[in-house]
Design a protein around this ligand. Structure first.
Ligand SMILES: NC(=O)c1ccc[n+]([C@@H]2O[C@H](COP(=O)([O-])OP(=O)(O)OC[C@H]3O[C@@H](n4cnc5c(N)ncnc54)[C@H](OP(=O)(O)O)[C@@H]3O)[C@@H](O)[C@H]2O)c1
Length: 223
């Protein structure tokens, strides 16, 4: 008997991979997903026995549906997959093609995953969806960071999605929260101090809050 089953999107590297390892270490069965099946398989092999894997490209509805069918019942869904394509731009001049691609992955991709997985969770009457947001957002009020405008808007929209979904799933046994891991040294943000493993501990703490814990919250790493 394990502590439940978790699935992490974008788990082949960076924060997602570290979160998968942390949840595995805390006794969960983990389904590692990545848009490239070879990457998903390699990540699962690297994390050790018992780790399952499947391909999941958040921008591809068939891929998301197949992953949901293959994964089976989940207790924790970590929506981690994301891109930062418009760093060092500004809202007046950023090529909108970059903003569009960003929204496609960060907002619509996450939303697509949630639409596929959450009804399965509400059907079981339990589950925790944790959306990896960002400090570039307005959190649940405030100013957005303008230096990566498409990214900031995509993550801010995810915060809005979190509150809507929390309201919609109220009373179903499913909770939906957002988490800002702080700045983390990954391919997305290579110059940062915090290691993915540190961020993963915080994300896992939030992911594993008790079954009757809060919903519709934004959890931010204090650094
Ligand atoms: N690093 C930070 O300081 C920081 C701070 C706040 C929030 N975040 C958020 O944390 C999450 C992870 O970022 P990271 O820093 O670990 O960046 P990363 O190393 O660039 O990892 C991004 C992950 O997302 C995956 N991904 C991208 N598009 C995808 C798609 N369409 N379908 C499935 N997976 C996809 C990537 O897969 P491929 O390898 O196939 O590209 C990769 O596994 C992101 O949501 C990011 O916005 C990061």
């Amino acid at each position: 008997m394990t502590a439940g089953t978790a699935l992490v999107t974008g788990a082949n590297r960076g924060i997602g991979r570290a979160v998968a390892a942390e949840l595995l270490g805390r006794g969960l069965d983990v389904v590692v997903t990545a848009r490239d099946p070879q990457d998903a398989r390699a990540a699962a092999a690297g994390l050790g026995p018992g780790t399952r894997w499947c391909a999941l490209d958040t921008t591809d509805a068939d891929s998301v549906r197949r992953a949901a069918e293959a994964a089976g019942p989940l207790d924790v869904l970590v929506c981690n997959a994301g891109v930062l394509l418009d760093a060092r731009t500004d809202p007046l001049t950023v090529p909108l093609e970059l903003a569009e691609r960003t929204l496609k992955v960060n907002l619509l991709g996450t939303w697509r995953v949630i639409q596929e997985f959450v009804p399965r969770m509400t059907g079981r009457g339990r589950g925790h969806v944790l959306i990896v947001s960002s400090g570039t957002t307005a959190e649940f009020g405030g100013r957005l960071f303008a230096g990566a405008p498409g990214y900031s808007l995509s993550k801010s929209a995810l915060n809005g999605l979190t509150t809507m979904l929390a309201e919609q799933t109220e009373g179903t046994g499913v909770r939906v929260n957002a988490v800002n891991p702080g700045r983390v040294r990954t391919r997305m943000m290579p110059g940062q101090q915090q290691l993915p493993e540190e961020a993963a501990r915080f994300i896992a703490d939030v992911a594993l809050l008790p079954h009757d814990g809060p919903t519709g919250r934004f959890y931010a790493e204090q650094r």
